[in-house]
Ligand binder design. Structure first.
Ligand code: ZN
Length: 436
């Protein structure tokens, strides 16, 4: 079964040939898809032909799944080196569009898409909407950016494929966003979680919540904790869904949580997910936390084999209560590069959010400063405190919970609600001032 909470009308977004397979057939499908993919890239992708030659792998030799884990990973740096079109694995005449990552931390990565890639992406995105309960009756306000970036256009194509009304606002201009939200009676908000929080605070300030028609939030592109999620949901009066994706693999829309909110379903008929230990590269058993590695099964323009996403998560064993055949990963706990190493301990931002979640009076917003004082690492955590609670007591509780959960002593500073900067894009939370 695809998902018992999805109306029949939207079941055609799923390939019955796949969703009705039993376990054995699914395994066979995956093996065959990987075999086809490896042959295809071995033949048509200069990038992979070279990569496979370097490690002495002949795609014709792939016979079973255990061969796959021996293949080399693909890293973001390699995609950058392939700039501009070194990843293209089809003739020019088959490319209908390109997208690009922002390139703020080096050269941009350019990903070419074929007609089929664009179609498959919109189908996957429409599935995301359907899993979140969006229907043709809905009006979808899209605040992520348009342009080279994959965000806005992905949200739009998915909404159109589903049959909902897309309102392509693009980012910023909070005044106009709220105006349109009221005038057009938007029922679905698509945004980053930090922009949703900014909008929520603004709407609360103006006491407009009752005038809104919002009921669903499709939020993503950055990691956000349960506490932040609860605040956004309460203040906007919505149920929120955590959408997953990355520019190198289509864009947003390759996975989302369902109404049971027990992890993110991903579209395993198009993508193969592995979880590995980021240090050793070893595949980890189901349930263990590690880095997500993605292989695209059906992508034509720029297929990727074992791409290191740097996102930390785990596979969730078992079947979701919604009954869907699509497997689940946990919500993203952090980035393997965002891992903070302090006093010999690895800390992921997700763990900090866990501490705040269990601390009474702590809000979801925080900032970290890492310093070196007298040649020792030192961490200062500034946390916004809920109104009405004693800042000193909350800081003390956070300090104690941090020690209990993560095992190190840190400095905690309480701040008033709204004191830390908000962003329309991704909030920077960690400032490392240690000398390297
Ligand atoms: Zn589910």
């Amino acid at each position: 079964m695809i998902n018992k909470v999805i109306p029949l009308e939207y079941q055609d977004l799923h390939d019955p040939g796949y969703t009705q397979m039993n376990r054995e057939e699914t395994a066979g499908f995956l093996e065959q898809s990987l075999r086809d993919l490896l042959r295809r890239v071995g033949e048509h992708s200069t990038f992979y032909r070279k990569k496979f030659q370097e490690c002495g792998f002949n795609p014709m030799d792939f016979s079973e799944m255990s061969d796959f884990t021996k293949l080399p990973f693909t890293y973001k740096e390699e995609l950058r080196e392939a700039y501009p079109l070194g990843l293209q694995a089809v003739p020019d005449r088959d490319v209908v569009r390109i997208h690009s990552s922002s390139g703020t931390t080096g050269k941009a990565v350019i990903i070419p898409y074929t007609k089929k890639d664009v179609y498959n992406w919109s189908v996957m995105f429409a599935r995301c909407y359907a899993f979140a309960g969006v229907t043709r009756e809905d009006r979808v306000q899209i605040t992520p950016g348009y342009g080279l970036w994959t965000a806005g256009i992905g949200f739009q194509a998915g909404a159109e494929r589903l049959g909902a009304m897309a309102i392509p606002m693009g980012p910023g201009n909070t005044e106009k966003q709220i105006q349109m939200m009221l005038d057009l009676k938007s029922t679905v908000l698509c945004s980053t979680s930090s922009y949703a929080l900014l909008l929520a605070e603004e709407i609360q300030k103006r006491k407009l919540r009752e005038a809104l028609h919002l009921k669903i939030g499709i939020l993503g592109s950055e990691r956000w904790g349960e506490k932040m999620r609860a605040r956004i949901e309460n203040e906007l009066g919505i149920e929120s869904f955590d959408i997953y994706g990355l520019t190198e693999i289509y864009g947003p829309g390759i996975g989302i949580d369902c109404k049971f909110h027990q992890g993110i379903h991903y579209w395993s008929d198009h993508l193969y997910f592995e979880i590995i230990d980021p240090l050793t590269g070893r595949n980890l058993p189901h349930g263990e936390l590690g880095e997500l590695v993605v292989t695209t099964l059906t992508k034509e323009g720029a297929p990727l084999v074992r791409y290191r996403t740097r996102d930390l998560t785990r596979m969730i064993p078992g079947i979701c209560p919604c009954g869907s055949v699509y497997p689940r990963i946990d919500r993203i706990l952090g980035r393997s590069d965002d891992m903070i190493k302090i006093k010999g301990v690895n800390i992921y931002p997700g763990q900090i959010e866990e501490v705040l979640k269990e601390t009474e009076g702590a809000s979801s917003e925080y900032q970290i400063r890492l310093m070196r004082v007298e040649s020792r690492d030192h961490m200062q955590l500034t946390v916004e405190v809920e109104p009405g609670s004693d800042p000193e007591q909350v800081a003390e509780r956070i300090r104690a919970n941090f020690k209990k959960r993560i095992g190190i002593l840190i400095d905690v500073r309480a701040a008033a609600l709204g004191e830390l900067p908000r962003s329309e894009k991704k909030s920077k939370r960690v400032f490392d001032e240690r000398e390297i």
